[in-house]
Design a protein around this ligand. Structure first.
Ligand SMILES: [Zn+2]
Length: 48
């Protein structure tokens, strides 16, 4: 199982043109809308 969560779509514009954001754990950069964001794993089977 991979340590890195890979987003399939940008949460802001919905495009798939993503690349890892350097020096930021879990960070991704969207080339389409030029936004950088972090994907954070918060747990399994926990529903609030
Ligand atoms: Zn985007």
């Amino acid at each position: 199982m991979s340590e890195r969560a890979v987003p399939f779509h940008c949460p802001y514009c919905g495009e798939e043109d993503l690349e890892p954001y350097e020096n930021t754990h879990g960070g991704w950069y969207c080339r389409s809308c030029a936004r950088a964001f972090v994907v954070k794993f918060i747990g399994v089977g926990v529903r609030i």
